[in-house]
Write a protein that binds this ligand. Structure first.
Ligand code: IVH
Length: 667
C-alpha cells in the first residue's frame, strides 16, 4: 500500500513537472510541443489525482496557479485585480455538474448565463484614464503582467481613445491574429526563410510580446474585449449589459454573445458554435459560459486560479488517426531541407490532409516518428496540419526509422547545418530544386505576377534546360515554349506577353522577387524607399542597413551576403539588360494626387497589393482605415466593417469595376 502511495506521489510530481515545462514553452516561448488538447488532458489527469489523494495537494501545483510569467525585457505591471484563468469542461455531463455546483454555491436555482466564444489568443488588460489609453499589460503570472503599452498603441483594433471619460477604466480582452492574416503572415515568413508559427495564438503572442514595438506594428493583430475589471462609475447589473456598454464606448466586442437560460440552451449554443466554428475568421477553442448577474458573480467568488462563476466548455479537437506511408525531404528556395510525412489521406475538420511537415531531424527523433507508424494528426489552429504523436503500441514489424540523407535528395549537393538553426540546408547554389523554387517565387503573384508561369511549367522548363537562372525567363522565345509538352502556340504567345508585361513591375516588387533571405514584401518596400536604386543598395554597408527602422541585424547580414555572391550580381545585370527598372519610380505627382483610397473585401481581378501599387503609381494614397479624409472606398467581395463605416461617414463607395474604370480614365 505504502509503495502504491509512492508511485502516486511520483506520478503527481512527474505530471506537475511536465505541465510546468509545457507552460514555459506555451506562454514564454510561443512554441508548444504538444497540442492544447494533449495539454488539457495532462492538467485533467493531475487534477483528478490531486482530488483523489488530497494528502499530495500543494498550493504551488499548476492546478492552483495561473500559468505564465513576466519576461525580462518588459517592465512589470501589477493588475488591479488578478487576471484569472478558467476551468475547462469537455462534455455536456461535466457542464451540468458545474451548473449543479454553482447553484449550490450561490444558493439559487433560477440562474441566467451569457454564452461567449473562447478566443484563442492572449489575454490583455487595457487601462484608460479619462478616455485615453494609458497602459496595456499581458496576463503574466495573473498578478503582474508585462507592460506592452507601446506595442498595443500600434494595434489598430485597440482603441486609443474611448467615449467613457469619467475617470479610470480597466478592461480585459484577447489579442488574436485572424486566420486569413495568420496564413499570409506565415507564408511570408516561410518565403523569407524564417520559422513559421504553429498556430494563430502563438503568432499573436509572439507578435505582441516584442521588445521592438515597430515589429508589432507590422503584425496583423486584432482584439476582442469581454470584461470590465475596474470602472470609476457604476457598471450595469448584468454581464450582458456590460458587453453592450463596452461596445458603445468603442471597444470591439464579439457579436456571438447570447443570453442562455438553462443547461439545454447552453448545450444548444455549444452545438451551434461547433457547427459554425469553421466559418469564423478567427480561432476559437470553445465557448465560455458566465453567470449574467454581477452580484451573483461576486457571491460565487473565485479560487486562486479561476472564477467559480465562469467555465470554458472546450470544442472537441480536430484530430484523426492515420498511417505514415513515407517520409520525404523537400528542398526549399533557400535550400532548407524539410522532412515531410506522406499520409494515408484523412479528413480532419472537413479538409483532406495527406502531408504533414515534420519540421526537422530533431523533431523526428523527439517524437520517434517512423515510416508505417500510426499517428495522430491535428489541424492546429484550424490551419496547418500538425503531428501530435505516434502510437508506438500499434507499430508494425515493418516500421522503418527515417534516415536523414547525407546529400541533397535533388542535386546530390553537400548538406550543411549552421549552429543557430535546427534545419539543414543544401549548399549547392545550382541545385535544381532551389532554382525551381526561386523561379516560382519570382513569378508568383506577390512578386512579378507572371500568370501562366506556374509550378508544372517551371519544372518542365528547368528540367529541359531552358531555364538555368531566373533571368533566363526574359530571354525565352515563343518558339522554344511551344516545343514544350502540351504548350500550344497560343499559350506560348500569351506567356511571352505576360513576361513582357512583368518588366514594368515596380522596383520594390523586383527586390522582393529576387528572393533575398529574410526580405519580405514590407522589408523590400522599406529598402526601395531608402535606396532609390539597386546599385545604391548594393553599396550599402551593414551599419547603413541596421540604422534603418524595420531592418534588423539578421536582415542586414542577409542583404550583404546576397550582394557578395557573384551569381546574384550577374542576375541583376541580366535583369537590367532585359529591360527591368531596378530603381525607384514612385510618383508623388500623378492623376490621383491628393486622393486617398481604402480597399475592403477580396478583389477578383487583382490582388490588394497590386491595386495599392497602381494607386500609388498614379500618385494616390492608400490607407488601411476609413476616416473623414478617405475619398474612395473600393469594395470587393465580402467586405469588412470598413464598408459600414464608409456608409456612416458618407464616403464615396465604388465597386471593383468602377475602380478600374476610374484608373483607366486616369492612366
Ligand atoms: S473570461 C475571470 N472570456 O481564455 C474571467 N476568457 O483559459 C476569465 N479567453 O485567460 C476570462 N475568450 O485569455 C474569458 N470570452 C472569453 C474568453 C476568455 C478567451 C481566454 C482568456 C483566459 C483563457 C482561460
Amino acid at each position: 500500500m505504502e509503495e502504491d502511495k509512492d508511485i502516486i506521489r511520483e506520478k503527481i510530481e512527474n505530471l506537475r513537472k511536465q505541465i510546468e515545462k509545457h507552460r514555459t514553452l506555451y506562454y514564454e516561448e510561443n512554441a508548444p510541443l504538444i497540442s492544447d488538447y494533449e495539454y488539457d488532458l495532462l492538467e485533467k489527469e493531475l487534477k483528478e489525482l490531486e482530488e483523489k489523494y488530497p494528502q499530495f495537494a500543494s498550493k504551488k501545483s499548476p492546478t492552483e496557479v495561473v500559468g505564465g510569467t513576466v519576461s525580462k525585457g518588459f517592465s512589470p505591471v501589477v493588475h488591479p485585480s488578478p487576471l484569472l484563468s478558467l476551468e475547462n469542461v469537455y462534455s455536456e455531463g461535466e457542464m451540468n455538474d458545474w451548473l449543479i455546483r454553482l447553484k449550490k454555491v450561490v444558493e439559487r436555482d433560477d440562474l441566467e448565463f451569457v454564452g461567449e466564444l473562447k478566443f484563442d489568443g492572449l489575454s490583455v488588460a487595457l487601462f484608460y484614464e479619462n478616455g485615453q489609453l494609458i497602459r496595456a499589460a499581458t496576463r503574466g503570472d495573473g498578478t503582474a503582467g508585462e507592460d506592452v503599452t507601446q506595442n498595443a498603441l500600434h494595434i489598430k483594433d485597440v482603441p486609443k481613445e474611448i467615449s467613457f471619460k469619467n475617470g479610470n477604466l480597466v478592461v480585459r480582452g484577447e489579442i488574436y491574429m485572424p486566420i486569413k492574416e495568420f496564413k499570409e503572415f506565415n507564408e511570408k515568413r516561410e518565403e523569407e526563410g524564417l520559422e513559421v508559427f504553429a498556430n494563430p495564438r502563438n503568432a499573436a503572442s509572439g507578435s505582441l510580446r516584442q521588445i521592438d514595438p515597430s515589429v508589432t506594428a507590422q503584425r496583423p493583430l486584432s482584439l476582442f474585449v469581454y470584461q470590465i475589471m475596474v470602472c470609476s462609475s457604476e457598471i450595469p447589473p448584468t454581464h450582458f449589459e456590460c458587453l453592450n456598454l463596452l461596445r458603445q464606448w468603442g471597444f470591439p466586442v464579439d457579436s456571438f454573445s447570447r443570453i442562455l437560460k438553462n443547461g439545454k440552451e447552453i448545450a444548444d449554443f455549444y452545438s451551434e458554435m461547433v457547427t459554425l466554428k469553421a466559418s469564423f475568421p478567427y480561432d476559437a477553442d470553445g465557448i465560455v459560459i458566465k453567470l449574467n448577474s454581477i452580484e451573483l458573480q461576486n457571491r460565487a467568488g473565485s479560487t486562486a486560479r479561476s472564477p467559480r462563476w465562469a467555465i470554458a466548455y472546450k470544442f472537441p479537437p480536430e484530430q484523426a488517426k492515420t498511417k505514415i506511408k513515407d517520409i520525404v525531404v523537400q528542398v526549399g528556395r533557400t535550400g532548407a531541407l524539410t522532412p515531410v510525412a506522406i499520409l494515408d489521406p484523412v479528413k480532419i475538420g472537413g479538409v483532406i490532409v495527406s502531408r504533414v511537415s515534420l519540421h526537422n531531424e530533431d523533431e523526428i527523433k523527439r517524437k520517434d516518428v517512423r515510416v508505417n507508424d500510426t499517428v495522430l494528426v491535428e489541424r492546429a489552429g484550424g490551419v496547418i496540419p500538425y503531428l501530435v504523436r505516434v502510437f508506438p503500441e500499434e507499430r508494425p514489424d515493418d516500421s522503418k526509422n527515417f534516415v536523414f540523407p547525407d546529400t541533397c535528395p535533388v542535386c546530390g549537393g553537400r548538406i550543411h547545418k549552421s549552429e543557430d538553426e535546427a534545419i539543414k540546408r543544401c549548399s549547392n547554389k545550382n541545385c535544381k530544386a532551389q532554382l525551381k523554387e526561386a523561379i516560382r517565387h519570382f513569378a508568383s503573384r506577390e512578386s512579378m505576377d507572371i500568370s501562366g508561369l506556374g509550378k508544372i511549367l517551371v519544372d518542365k522548363l528547368v528540367e529541359s534546360g531552358k531555364l538555368n537562372s531566373i533571368s533566363d525567363i526574359y530571354f525565352l522565345k515563343e518558339k522554344e515554349l511551344s516545343e514544350i509538352d502540351r504548350m500550344g502556340a497560343k499559350s506560348a504567345k500569351n506567356l511571352i506577353e505576360e513576361i513582357e508585361k512583368s518588366k514594368k513591375r515596380a522596383y520594390a516588387r523586383i527586390l522582393y522577387a529576387l528572393g533575398i533571405r529574410m526580405v519580405g514584401v514590407e522589408t523590400a518596400k522599406i529598402l526601395a524607399e531608402k535606396f532609390h536604386s539597386i546599385d545604391l543598395l548594393k553599396k550599402a554597408s551593414e551599419e547603413d542597413l541596421i540604422k534603418i527602422e524595420g531592418i534588423g541585424p539578421k536582415v542586414s547580414k542577409e542583404i550583404i551576403e546576397f550582394f557578395r555572391i557573384e551569381e546574384n550580381i550577374k542576375l541583376i545585370d541580366r535583369l537590367k539588360e532585359a529591360g527591368l527598372t531596378l530603381e525607384g519610380t514612385k510618383k508623388t505627382e500623378g492623376p490621383l494626387k491628393g486622393l486617398t483610397f481604402v480597399i475592403t473585401g477580396t478583389l477578383s481581378k487583382t490582388t490588394r497589393v497590386r491595386a495599392k501599387e497602381i494607386i500609388e503609381e498614379l500618385g494616390g494614397k492608400v490607407s488601411d482605415s476609413v476616416t473623414k479624409e478617405t475619398n474612395f472606398l473600393v469594395v470587393g467581395a465580402e467586405p469588412g466593417s470598413k464598408f459600414e463605416k464608409a456608409k456612416k461617414l458618407n464616403i464615396k463607395i465604388i465597386s471593383e469595376n468602377e475602380f478600374y474604370e476610374l484608373i483607366f480614365q486616369k492612366e
